[in-house]
Ligand binder design. Structure first.
Ligand code: B1M
Length: 210
């Protein structure tokens, strides 16, 4: 019987060894990889987010929790890739300039890969100029930008404007996401779509490329 609650508990505690052990146990039991991620690993990180917000947890603890979640995801990731299909499109993925948050972005990347996309994850703190450079280099079907800060989300607009200036906007679909992003914001900055979570990002990319 899968014990997601215990897994979440060790994510919150930032106990990498236990997270790995329990994740492997669930894998051995034959629990679906996405259930392990959503009901165990992400569920734990969601509680961490709430506690951080309330001042009940502090940055070092949050980082430990994030690392533990990442360790669990690393174990499950190859199993999702194994169910993979041939690539149905190329997505260039990054977190915008000034923003170092990458947990959600990496989840989006993982989900996209498991949904059959080729993902080029260019990392964090990516300026509009760097995004444009990577687009020219990799020729993606979709640019996916993540932002977690209200102060950095405006760089999505700058990036889209620079793409337009460089004649790239019509060639590449743009999707945006992250905790402070909304559909209204996506419309305002001229993105093709907004996804509230990683699973929706996969559906959105499929819809935009169909
Ligand atoms: Co930061 N942080 N943080 N932080 N951090 C938030 C975002 C914050 C809401 C916490 C708070 O105050 N309540 C707040 C932002 C406030 C705001 O702007 N409105 C905040 C702040 C203020 C800061 C600092 C400024 C703190 C400081 O130093 N004073 C600083 C900024 C650093 C920087 O980026 N320049 C900072 C630093 C950090 C850490 C380094 C400690 C760490 C990041 C570690 C890392 O990413 N490697 C961290 C963390 C972990 C958080 C919280 C606690 C958790 C974020 C997270 O990973 N969530 C967060 C509070 C919270 O969210 N409740 C907080 C789990 C993750 C799975 O969710 O990223 O939302 P999320 O991704 C979701 C969706 O949003 C969506 O899919 C994912 C789930 O399916 N999604 C997309 C994300 N990207 C998408 C892209 C898409 C589609 C969907 O398409 C392209």
């Amino acid at each position: 019987m899968a014990n997601f609650e215990e897994l979440s508990k060790y994510v919150i505690a930032g106990n990498q060894a236990k997270v790995k052990e329990l994740t492997q146990g669930l894998v051995n039991e034959g629990v679906a990889p996405l259930d392990i991620i959503n009901q165990g690993l992400i569920a734990g990180m969601t509680i961490v987010g709430a506690r951080f917000k309330n001042g009940e947890m502090f940055v070092p603890e949050v980082l430990m929790a994030a690392k533990s979640m990442g360790a669990g995801i690393e174990l499950v990731k190859p199993l999702i890739a194994a169910e993979d299909m041939p690539s149905i499109g190329k997505v260039l993925l990054g977190t915008v300039k000034g923003d170092l948050h990458d947990i959600g972005k990496n989840l989006v990347g993982m989900m996209l890969e498991s949904g059959g996309f080729t993902v080029i994850n260019v990392g964090i703190d990516i300026s509009p100029e760097q995004f444009v450079k990577y687009i020219k280099e990799h020729n993606p079907d979709v640019l996916a930008m993540s932002a977690l800060l209200t102060t950095t989300m405006l760089h999505m607009k700058d990036t889209i404007e620079l793409m337009r200036e460089e004649g790239l906007r019509d060639k590449v679909k743009v999707i945006v996401g992250g905790a402070p992003i909304s559909q209204d914001f996506a419309d305002e900055v001229g993105a093709d779509g907004f996804a509230p979570d990683a699973a929706s990002a996969v559906d959105l990319c499929k819809k935009l490329l169909s």
